[in-house]
Design a binder for this molecule. Sequence first.
Ligand code: ATP
Ligand code: MG
Length: 281
Amino acid sequence: MPEFYDLSAEGPLTVALASGKGGVGKTSLAVNLGLAFASLDLDTLLVDADYSFANADIMLGLETPAEVDAALAAAHAEVGGLELERFLVAGPAGLDFLPGVSGSLASANLDRMTAATIARQMRRLARDRDVLLFDTGAGLAGLTVEVAALADLVLLVLTAEPTAFMDAYGMLKVLRRFAPRAEVQLLVNRARDAADAAAMAERFRCVTERFLGMTLEVAGWVPEDSNVHAAIRSQSAFFLECPESPAALALRDLALRFETSASPHGDRGRSSKTPSRMVAP
Ligand SMILES: Nc1ncnc2c1ncn2[C@@H]1O[C@H](COP(=O)(O)OP(=O)(O)OP(=O)(O)O)[C@@H](O)[C@H]1O
Ligand SMILES: [Mg+2]
């Protein structure tokens, strides 16, 4: 592990959402979980670490001007002089946001050393905050691995599709090797109900226990909810538009569970950080 990682227990609770397969809900959950943390008065920075097709800004109702996208991509090309502060945006409801990069082949294919440097810079931006939340892209991008490597917790998003299941397993194998510090927990998305979520999680846990000798805890689950899609279509966040929707309630519960681990910033004890039972929305 590169020695420049800041492994001290101080600093924000750092959480990365990852999956393997695309389209399982990482960005929807990251954006709205960020808003849920902010609604608890936690100083929260959401970083879009999807450098292939960043789109958390759209789900936040923000627009990243093409010049900013290009400047960010260029800044990453000269990592030495990276000053990410200037790209920070005030998102809705007190959530701070660092946009990602979209449609740049170079940014999408960062080498690991560059990705590690960028990830470290991102973390530095959140040094004095309570929560740092990373959205990541689909697939095995170097940046995904590097942000996971400095996270306290990786929420591995799982849906019922067998392909999502297989790719989450593949991602877990990579994380185990390249991000050994992070605790990985399951976040089941688009479940029909609690029993469905529990069954999905149990199937995955059986496989990881049998083949990887890993027992994964379940951070929570989010139900299938038409408000999620409707919010994306109207370029807004369901946590703000429909705060009583099942998905919003599930994320509020999830944020509440991590609240004690995230606050107050700077003297967080890692031992108390994670719950193990399923969250009811
Ligand atoms: N709980 C849910 N209920 C209903 N629809 C959902 C839910 N979660 C996600 N979706 C839908 O799944 C689609 C993909 O979501 P999203 O873009 O957040 O996935 P992603 O994992 O970030 O994708 P990518 O890997 O391409 O970045 C969206 O159309 C969204 O509406
Ligand atoms: Mg996404």
